[in-house]
Design a protein around this ligand. Structure first.
Ligand code: GLN
Ligand code: ZN
Length: 766
């Protein structure tokens, strides 16, 4: 007998991104909805079977999604704003996609729901919108259909749902404000969940997993009450026929553990990677209810490194001192890791053996379950344990002495740019000679099929590097010409030569490793393939200088150089676990600093250092914000640009505007200009900018590039006036809300024309 194994969720996009491909084909009109449904069904079956073969006891269902599981939850609860219902599509999937990515066609014109980062991951969920007209009721059979689908294959799954507490905490009203959790709303939501629990009992499910990751955040007044009132209404629906696993992840729930324990869930899932110490201490302090099993989240759902079995077994042992009922589980859904190391033959075997992706993590769970129950003798004899131990003995990779010496030589002044920003801004205004409300873009222009094909040809050796360079130069030339024609002020070269804003830099840095197929879902059908930090990092050679210098030589306009910042490179890579994130970020900062100074020397007057992902890894608990993150992340950014001339204008860009609560820290990055997203309805950050007397000039995105719809000139003009209500006109920049690489040329250029026209119209009336 071994302990029970449970997987919180499995990647759904497919080993070879089959789901992405078929959905995008459907959007293009070259596949039917039935094709999409068939591929989805095949993928679900494949994933269930893989887990069954790995010996997993509690295999999740309803972790599948066409677009996003929060969107599915909203639809399940009938939280579908009128504007989408009015489109009156024939198929539910069409409504789902309209909510996810907007819709512009014969049936109407609607923007998508706002998109937000899922806790500290690079996954994005759609923000449910609850309004006066919302009639909460059970509105979909998706969870039941998928359960039955697995059952027909002979697999009794554990259905997974996002919980009512997390749902209510993340949903917003149409003004993007938190909901008022009045009795009617709470009862209606609880009633749907109770109905779902009862229905699953009837269908023969043994367990249902309800995810409440929002429990790992700081509690506001009323939160614990809200949680309790939801679950005291839901749990009786079990009626002795089904077990409810309350699953938490991405941190600890020490501050509510006692309450949770008193509710006597059948299972409580605890993250024993993030929030390990606090969770363990809480269990030790308050004990475990007799009828409750602790699901020990020991297999990390967010890293790619092999599990250290000795550590995991130690955690299970610590729990077993408190209760006999311990199961082993993934710490979070495996959605956030790549599919499998299989096929990664570009990695040497003695490198690859250090990695465990989703499929390999299933094997780890199984090993741990067996070992957790083994006698000391059997453990000693275990080949699996010995092989695992060998991975963690000795040094994996040698340190780089030069990097260590450079870091040791840094002094405080290396982290401070001179002179003060107000003085620089004056000097830059004269040097750059830009109009009020200058227009620009975030960097990339559409990466067409042709551009990507050209890169593939170079990789396969079908064309020479010279031929490739000529092709890219022609792309740059055309892009510059087009930008000049439509009248943008600060130009970009378009980033055609980059496969990705992180991998491209990683490829020119020492210390990085790359994989072929390690895709992870980011939003909708969009996936990312983070590189791996393997050793100490330094710049191998100049990275962007030639391209930027070439682009500047082709125009008399200001050409913006384009770099990725150190915090973002780390956040969008798989970090090492043998040295701290702070150390890795500092190494990266020195490498990018070298690049900044080379760009300046090559005559680039405006340099954008993207920190798209800075907000993403802000710790979930406020008490950790500064000491665990901002205190080193913000100085690392300053280290990158502190040595440039006063007239060199430093821009930065951040995706997603939820940084109103760290606005002074953003200002302390000491950039001259920041652009960010603020186009999907959420104006809170503009208030924050206003209230904080934000010094950095700023371009709150004036339209949403995550949707294919074209914003009208009037719409953008209106948006600019919204911005001018909150910001000094001297500090406002006009730009889209993110890079354009995922868009097509067909929508990009008309959108930008409208953007320039709107800026000019407002300027003329100033
Ligand atoms: N400069 C990058 C681009 O335009 C920024 C991308 C991002 O913010 N995610 O693509
Ligand atoms: Zn962005």
């Amino acid at each position: 007998m071994s302990v029970l194994t449970s997987v919180s969720g499995f990647p759904r996009i497919g080993q070879n991104r089959e789901l992405k491909k078929i959905i995008e084909a459907y959007w293009k009109g070259v596949a039917t909805l039935d094709d999409v449904r068939a591929t989805a069904k095949e993928l679900r079956a494949k994933h269930w079977k893989l887990q069954q073969e790995a010996g997993i006891d509690l295999i999740p269902s309803n972790d599948f999604s066409y677009y996003d599981q929060m969107l599915d939850t909203a639809i399940l609860l009938n939280v579908i704003p009128q504007r989408y219902q009015r489109l009156a599509f024939d198929n539910p999937e069409e409504t789902l996609f309209a909510m996810g990515r907007g819709y512009q066609g014969d049936k109407g014109d609607v923007t998508a729901l706002p998109m937000k980062k899922w806790f500290t991951t690079n996954y994005h969920y759609l923000m449910p919108e609850v309004d006066e007209a919302t009639d909460i009721k059970l509105n979909s059979t998706k969870p039941f259909d998928e359960f039955n689908e697995a059952k027909a294959l002979g697999i009794t799954t554990k259905p997974v749902l996002i919980g009512p507490y997390t749902f209510l905490k993340l949903a917003r009203n149409p003004q993007a404000e938190e909901l008022e959790y009045d009795k009617g709303l709470v009862n209606a939501v609880a009633a749907v969940y109770a109905e779902v629990v009862a229905k699953f009992a009837e269908l023969g499910a043994e367990w249902i997993q309800i995810d409440e990751p929002y429990l790992v955040l700081d509690k506001e007044p009323g939160d614990v009450e809200l949680f309790k009132s939801l679950y005291t209404k839901i749990l009786p629906a079990r009626d002795g026929k089904i077990k409810v696993l309350l699953n938490t992840y991405f941190g600890h729930i020490a501050d509510v553990y006692e309450t949770v324990n008193l509710l006597a869930f059948d299972g409580i899932g605890l993250d024993l990677n993030e929030g390990k110490d606090e969770n363990l201490a809480a269990v030790e302090k308050f004990g475990v209810a007799e009828s409750t099993t602790i699901f020990a989240g020991v297999v990390n759902g967010r890293n790619i490194w092999r599990n250290d079995y000795a550590v995991s077994l130690g955690l299970v042992d610590a729990l077993k001192k408190v209760t006999d009922n311990v199961a082993v589980s993934t710490a979070s859904s495996l959605l956030h890791v790549p599919f499998s190391t299989e096929g990664e033959d570009g990695l040497a075997d003695d490198v690859r053996k250090h990695f465990a992706f989703a499929v390999e993590k299933l094997g780890e769970l199984h090993d741990l379950a067996v070992l957790a129950d083994a006698s000391e003798e059997d453990k000693k004899a275990s080949g699996a344990l010995a092989a695992n131990q060998a991975l963690f003995d000795g040094t994996r990779v040698a340190a780089d002495k030069n990097v260590a010496e450079r870091l040791a030589a840094l002094t405080d002044s290396d982290f401070v740019r001179q002179p003060a920003r107000a003085e620089r801004q004056k000097a830059q205004r004269e040097a750059l000679n830009l109009p009020l409300l200058p227009t620009t873009t975030i960097g990339s222009f559409p990466q067409t099929k042709e551009v990507r094909a050209e890169r593939a040809r170079l990789r396969k050796g079908e064309i020479t590097k010279t031929e490739y360079d000529e092709y890219m130069k022609a792309q740059i030339d055309a892009c510059i010409k087009h930008q000049e024609q439509i009248g943008l002020d600060v130009l970009v070269h378009g980033e055609f030569e980059r496969n990705d804003m992180v991998e491209y830099f990683g490829q020119n840095l020492n210390g990085f490793l790359f994989t072929k197929n390690t895709w992870v879902q980011s939003y909708g059908t969009r996936c990312v393939k983070p590189p791996i930090v393997w050793g100490d990092v330094s710049r191998a050679n100049p990275i962007t200088v030639e391209w930027s210098a070439y682009a500047q030589s082709r125009t008399s306009h200001v050409m913006k150089g384009m770099l990725t910042g150190p915090v973002t490179i780390l956040n969008w890579s798989w970090p090492r676990e043998d040295i701290t994130h702070e150390q890795q970020t500092q190494q990266l900062a020195l490498a990018i600093r070298d690049e900044v100074l080379d760009l300046e020397a090559a005559g680039i007057k405006v340099i954008q250092i993207d920190e798209a992902a800075l907000r993403e890894k802000l710790p979930l608990r406020k008490t950790d914000w500064h000491k665990k993150y901002l205190d080193w992340a913000i100085p690392a950014f300053r280290l990158v640009h502190s040595a440039v001339k006063p007239t060199t204008q430093i821009h930065t860009h951040m995706c997603y505007s939820e940084f109103n609560d760290i606005i002074t820290d953003i200002d302390a990055m000491d950039a001259d200009v920041i652009s960010f997203e603020a186009s999907r309805g959420d104006l809170v950050v503009l208030d924050a900018i206003h209230d904080a007397n934000f010094e950095t000039e700023a371009g709150p995105g004036v339209y949403d590039i995550h949707s294919p719809r074209i914003p009208s000139e009037a719409e953008i003009e209106e948006r600019i006036y919204e911005i001018l209500k909150k910001m000094d006109v001297e500090k406002v920049w006009i730009n889209p809300d993110c890079g354009l690489k995922t868009r097509g040329n067909a929508e990009t250029w008309p959108s930008l024309e409208n953007l320039v026209a709107a800026a000019q119209a407002v300027r003329a009336k100033l």
